[in-house]
Design a protein around this ligand. Structure first.
Ligand SMILES: [Fe+2]
Ligand SMILES: [Fe+2]
Length: 390
């Protein structure tokens, strides 16, 4: 038996054991890249984990690169070097002359000969890219390719297991977010279901705008949690909204900052914090807490501002009657450009127009016609306001 195979079986069984005993994934990957390098007599080996959806390199584990090297490439450079359209295996005969390799001394390509790269599916939009670098010209034999595939596949299995676990964790964290929301809304009859409906509208708007799956999820969580800062507030103040003294009003206006402070220590809510903090900013800069204006307000927060207001108009509060659907549409239309981002108003109208049955709020034919009409008017309004500045 070839010596490579003996080493390979030893490593393979070690990695299998490590996966089953739930060892740290980074250590497993490190073990894999180090051993691939040794078994194949390579100069170095790298395992990248990428999220194809957000086009980001999530993690990179390498061995044999003590200096600035190809391990420094970003997502688009990596995709350019290893393009999965070329098949499951990419072979670069000579990195020194190959046009796929960025022409930078900093990545150390001068001392690299051939490179072989492979792709693995992990879970969802996550994939793995495994690359082996040689000192000189090297084309892998069929046996060596098998070894590389088997070990790379093991890395993918280890990651799959870790990510599935993360998925379960996320599931329970999501339930926690929902629990928070229910606790908040239990305080006040008139806001019952408000956050859930805001989250529903916000998700539809984010999807309508073609945002990534992660962004949609973040915005949905933002919708559920946007008013979480009210949780510690005096019930009596919240129930008398609309007839509050100036001092009481100042207290209520602190809820975005209190909410951001509550969510901040929870790592998985990192992206949601700015949405909670800025959901009362206005597009023209007249909102709070920071008076941010236009695109300086995070996009997710601009979506929440609109959906929050729209839901409140439709549902009403103790201090004002609920509005008819048509009146809410007109109100939102009137606020486009001052209170709300007009592009987001357009996306909300488009989302309701596309799926009028998808929301808790029922929309009948006449109401839908009104919405379509105002969407058209909004487009005209947007065009004429652009023309004013030409
Ligand atoms: Fe709020
Ligand atoms: Fe709200």
């Amino acid at each position: 038996m070839n010596i490579n195979y003996i080493d390979f079986f030893r490593v393979f069984s070690q990695v299998s054991k490590a996966i089953h005993s739930g060892e740290n994934t980074t250590e497993i990957l490190q073990h894999i890249v180090r051993n691939i390098k040794e078994i194949l007599g390579a100069k170095g080996c790298i395992y990248w984990i990428v999220d194809r959806d957000s086009e980001k390199i999530e993690t990179m584990v390498s061995d044999g690169f003590p200096y600035r090297s190809l391990a420094n490439v970003n997502y688009s450079e990596l995709n350019h070097i290893f393009n999965s359209d070329e098949g499951p295996l990419v072979w670069i005969e000579d990195a020194r002359t190959d046009r796929r390799i960025p022409d930078l001394d900093t990545i150390g390509k001068r001392s690299v000969g051939s490179i072989t790269g492979m792709f693995f599916d992990i879970i969802g939009t996550y994939g793995g890219i495994l690359a082996v670098y040689f000192y000189a010209y090297k084309k892998l034999t069929a046996e060596e390719t098998e070894i590389l595939t088997a070990l790379g596949e093991q890395g993918a299995i280890a990651l799959h297991k870790a990510f599935s676990y993360d998925e379960k964790m996320l599931q329970s964290l999501r339930q926690m977010v929902e629990g928070f929301t229910l606790a908040l809304e239990a305080k006040d009859e008139s806001t019952h279901g408000h956050s859930v409906r805001v989250a529903q509208f916000a998700r539809a708007v984010a999807e309508q705008m073609g945002l990534s799956g992660n962004e949609v999820e973040t915005i949905h969580h933002g919708g559920l949690l946007h008013d979480i800062g009210k949780i510690g507030m005096n019930d009596d103040i919240l129930k008398r909204l609309g007839i509050l003294s100036r001092t009481e009003m100042d207290i209520v206006r602190q809820h975005p900052e209190i909410g951001a402070r509550i969510a901040k220590p929870l790592n998985f809510l990192n992206d949601v914090v700015p949405l909670i903090l800025h959901h009362h900013e206005r597009f023209d800069g007249s909102g709070y807490p920071h008076g941010l204006r236009g695109e300086r307000i995070p996009r997710g927060a601009r979506i929440l501002t609109l959906c929050d207001a729209f839901e409140t108009m439709l549902a009403g509060r103790t201090h004002f009657a609920k509005m008819k659907f048509e009146d809410s549409v007109v109100n939102v239309f009137n606020g486009a450009g001052s209170h709300f981002d007009p592009d987001i108003v357009d996306a909300l109208f488009a989302a309701i127009e596309a799926r009028p049955d998808a929301f808790d709020v029922r929309v009948n034919g006449a109401e839908l016609n009104c919405l379509v009409n105002y969407r058209r008017k909004l487009k005209m309004k947007m065009i004429s306001s652009h023309q004013m500045f030409i």
